[in-house]
Design a protein around this ligand. Structure first.
Ligand code: S3P
Length: 183
């Protein structure tokens, strides 16, 4: 586990009342997030699900009908709303921290945790996942490996700005709870 200490000026215990899980598609943010929330008695919000409920459309339809830029704007708007909540664990979409200054917004309002996994582990999870994800739809296994490797390479600099960076292999919600407890 790595703990970034660069931006400590605004860090207070109160910021731990908002936990943002970040990381690539398939890194387990939603599963871990809901279990972590239950464990520490916080609410759980899946940002993608909240966008879908607010828009009244599924994410693939938002991408199809409105395009990625509009999706990113809605993602940003929802994030700002979530920054007003307390005692909440938020699982964010894989691209959220990498657009519209969202990593800074999350770091300013809560504890960000990057769940880090290597491209091949992500590929294994995504190739068999039943969740429809517009960015990877229809890709063969080798295409998926190449896509993940390239996009993760571009996104890593945003993910690395998280307050905590944890290895996502066999990660348990208890470990995340202990991490927050200890800091
Ligand atoms: C995206 C990840 C998805 C969802 C959208 C775009 C991305 O969320 O927000 O399909 O840009 O990586 P998950 O990380 O929950 O799959």
């Amino acid at each position: 586990m790595v703990q970034n200490q660069t931006d400590n000026s605004a860090w207070t215990g109160k910021m731990k009342s908002r936990i943002f899980l970040i990381g690539f598609m398939g890194s387990g943010k939603s599963t871990l997030g809901s279990k972590l929330a239950r464990k520490i008695g916080f609410d759980f919000v899946d940002m993608d699900q909240l966008i879908e409920e607010t828009a009244g459309m599924r994410i693939p339809a938002i991408f199809n009908e409105h395009g990625e830029q509009i999706f990113r704007k809605w993602e940003h708007d929802i994030l700002l709303e979530l920054c007003d909540r307390e005692n909440v664990v938020v699982s964010t979409g894989g691209g959220a921290p990498c657009h519209n200054d969202m990593i800074r917004i999350m770091n300013d309002h809560g504890a960000t945790i990057y769940i880090q996994l290597p491209p091949l582990a992500l590929k294994d999870r995504l190739f068999y996942s039943k969740t429809e994800r517009p960015l990877i739809k229809g890709k063969s296994e080798p295409e998926l490996v190449e896509f993940i490797t390239t996009l993760l390479g571009e996104r890593e600099k945003y993910y690395q700005q998280a307050r905590y960076i944890v290895n996502g292999v066999n990660l348990k919600p208890e470990e995340l709870a202990a991490l927050l407890e200890g800091s």
